[in-house]
Design a protein around this ligand. Structure first.
Ligand code: HEC
Ligand code: HEC
Ligand code: HEC
Ligand code: HEC
Ligand code: HEC
Length: 179
């Protein structure tokens, strides 16, 4: 009988030992995952896609000028915003800040959010200009965002490209995408 109680004590210690180790491992995995996340992409002003594309009805090409013509869609610069924000627009403090920044001659350098490694060749001209694929399919609901996303809304990796190419009978040749 005494032996069993001691066994139980030993079992309890062992159990708490494993539980503790499990907790430490879980915490370790969470911390590593957080550290390995890509860093957030900063932007000079809190641009609001929903307001400009939805309420104001501007089309994507107004700001992403080369989306049908070139590899890169292009990001707008201060000149594009000046068209309207040279004079105050709306009542928000962020809109007032845009007008103030433009008056100071700030170039409003927007940073790229979706970016492939340089060894991959991708062109908007083929996918948007020719195949007429929707932006949403690759970029998610960015047109509905009210402030710049810190990270891409869709993870575009090799499987993402190859899955669609397989479905649509497009090239799977390594050299078509890696040049
Ligand atoms: C088939 C997938 C796909 C579609 C469809 C697509 N894009 Fe992209 N887009 C990408 C990829 C991939 C990148 C990153 C390219 C790189 O880094 O070389 C990108 C990058 C961008 C960029 C950053 C600047 C640049 O060109 O690198 C903008 C802006 C952009 N896309 C806008 C659009 C808009 C607007 C549409 C719809 C009219 C659209 N895209 C449709 C895949 C797509
Ligand atoms: C065709 C005119 C037009 C262009 C071009 C334009 N905007 Fe605006 N923008 C407006 C108007 C109008 C408002 C105010 C809408 C409101 O308050 O309802 C606004 C509001 C804003 C706001 C405040 C958003 C909020 O959430 O309150 C920001 C920030 C902004 N614009 C940034 C920009 C930037 C950056 C560019 C250039 C890439 C740009 N805008 C280009 C017309 C424009
Ligand atoms: C008035 C200008 C304006 C219009 C119109 C506009 N955008 Fe943008 N777009 C921006 C700005 C500024 C950024 C960078 C800040 C941000 O992410 O909000 C951006 C960023 C993006 C990006 C991320 C680019 C990157 O660096 O990877 C995508 C994708 C995009 N826009 C898609 C669209 C689509 C789709 C439409 C049409 C439905 C659209 N945009 C219309 C100004 C605009
Ligand atoms: C339809 C386009 C496409 C095709 C076809 C393609 N790749 Fe990729 N590949 C990509 C993209 C996109 C990435 C991710 C780049 C990034 O992370 O920015 C990638 C990444 C890679 C990487 C880097 C490791 C990784 O997984 O990120 C290797 C290695 C690679 N591809 C090899 C190949 C080989 C070998 C083939 C032929 C069997 C091939 N690829 C076909 C688009 C393609
Ligand atoms: C939603 C479907 C879809 C996705 C996602 C997609 N593609 Fe494509 N891709 C197509 C279609 C459709 C074409 C044929 C366009 C045409 O008719 O010219 C094409 C054509 C191409 C070509 C030209 C091939 C040739 O024959 O020369 C390349 C290169 C390419 N894609 C690379 C990529 C890369 C890299 C990615 C990922 C970043 C990607 N694609 C994602 C549908 C897609």
């Amino acid at each position: 009988m005494q032996g069993t109680a001691a066994d139980r004590g030993g079992f309890a210690r062992l159990w708490w030992g494993y539980a503790g180790l499990g907790l430490i491992l879980t915490a370790g995995i969470i911390i590593t995952a957080l550290l390995m996340r890509t860093p957030p992409v900063p932007q000079p002003v809190a641009f609001n896609h929903r307001k400009h594309t939805g309420e104001l009805g501007l089309n994507c090409e107004f700001c992403h000028v080369y989306v049908k013509k070139s590899a890169h869609a292009g990001l707008p610069d201060a000149q594009t915003c000046t068209v309207c924000h040279q004079t105050p627009q709306g009542t928000s403090t962020e809109a007032a800040r845009v007008t103030a920044l433009l008056a100071e001659g700030d170039p409003l350098n927007f940073n790229k959010l979706f970016a492939l490694e340089p060894h991959v060749f991708y062109t908007h001209r083929r996918h948007v200009g020719i195949a007429e694929l929707e932006c949403r399919g690759c970029h998610g609901d960015i047109a509905e965002t009210e402030r710049p996303p810190a990270r891409p809304l869709v993870r575009i990796d090799m499987d993402f490209c190859v899955d669609c190419h397989r479905e649509q009978g497009q090239t799977l040749d390594c050299n078509a995408c890696h040049r």
